[in-house]
Write a protein that binds this ligand. Structure first.
Ligand code: NAP
Length: 266
């Protein structure tokens, strides 16, 4: 029973209090807690909400190490353990009674006049105009032209991200056992001048979405990956695909995706 554990917590008072209690309990049960994350870490415990888990995943570049979340956030969709269930979690972890839910990320490559840039996200990649400007984008799937999109932007989400911004945009909740990408329009324009899909479209896991700005004014874009934003000028082309990189969330016996959806959304 010599497992190396790393704890990642947000700065709230509640998370810090839970971290302190958790450290004592882990050590008491024979587990080793390390101050730094390293390749041979066997478990990352993330204390906070979904936002904290997203920050952890970005900071450690999609670690392969299993992650378990203790929810001190508002929603806690990724988070598996309630603070009052820490003892149960340690017991089941020590008994190896858990399963792993692997979640793929989504990657985007942005070609601009000055170079190529990449981002990887667990929830979604959002492409939108600066400030409140609508944008016009030529959209292709696997090099085949599909539509000229006009509107605020596009949200390309993974199944893991389907319950986040995608859901607020009217997109569908996707069971993460399905490996696909969902492209949801953000305020699509629909009139005699502009015609865009008004519903989400679903792409199989190997498909590639290509976005080419239509006019000069559409070449300045904001790219938002898991809530982190970067602006790009002179964008020539963007491609978005499901990534091979994945994270591994620890789940316990009573975990069922649709039960979680029911408890968090209905
Ligand atoms: P935030 O503004 O602090 O939190 C956004 C909310 O989204 C939080 O309640 C968070 O849960 C929840 N959330 C994050 N990932 C989720 C998921 N996969 N399923 C269900 N809910 C999820 O921003 P943040 O914490 O940095 O999170 C960034 C995410 O916010 C983005 O990836 C995007 O999906 C989402 N977002 C949503 C909207 C919207 O719904 N209108 C707009 C912008 C961004 P916790 O309370 O547990 O942290």
């Amino acid at each position: 029973m010599d497992k190396r554990i790393f704890i990642y917590a947000n700065d709230t008072k509640m998370s810090k209090t839970i971290e302190e209690t958790l450290r004592k309990k882990l050590v008491k049960s024979g587990l080793r807690v390390y101050e730094e994350y390293s390749e041979d870490t066997e478990l990352i415990i993330c204390i906070g909400g979904d936002g904290t888990l997203l920050r952890l995943v970005q900071e450690f570049n999609f670690p392969k190490t299993p992650i378990v979340g203790i929810n001190t956030g508002h929603l806690g969709f990724f988070q598996e353990v309630l603070p009052e269930k820490i003892d149960d979690f340690i017991f089941f972890y020590n008994q190896d009674k858990y399963s792993i839910q692997s979640l793929n990320g989504v990657t985007c490559t942005i070609k601009t006049a000055s170079g190529t840039h990449k981002h990887l996200a667990l929830n979604e990649i959002v492409v939108r105009g600066l400030m409140t400007h609508p944008i016009h984008l030529n959209i292709s799937i696997n090099e085949s032209f599909i539509e000229r999109f006009s509107g605020d932007g596009l949200c390309v989400s993974t199944p893991a991200g389907s319950t986040a911004y995608n859901y607020s945009l009217g997109g569908s909740i996707v069971d993460p056992r399905l490996n696909l990408l969902q492209v949801s329009p953000i305020a699509p324009m629909q009139n005699t001048a502009y015609r865009s899909f008004t519903s989400s479209i679903l792409l199989p896991s190997n498909d590639k979405l290509t976005i080419i700005p239509c006019g000069e004014y559409d070449k300045t874009l904001s790219v938002v990956y898991d809530g982190l934003m970067k602006d790009y000028e002179n964008v020539e082309e963007m491609t978005i695909q499901l990534s091979r990189k994945k994270i591994n969330l620890m789940r316990f016996d009573d975990y069922q995706f649709w039960e979680k959806v029911k408890s968090k959304f209905l």
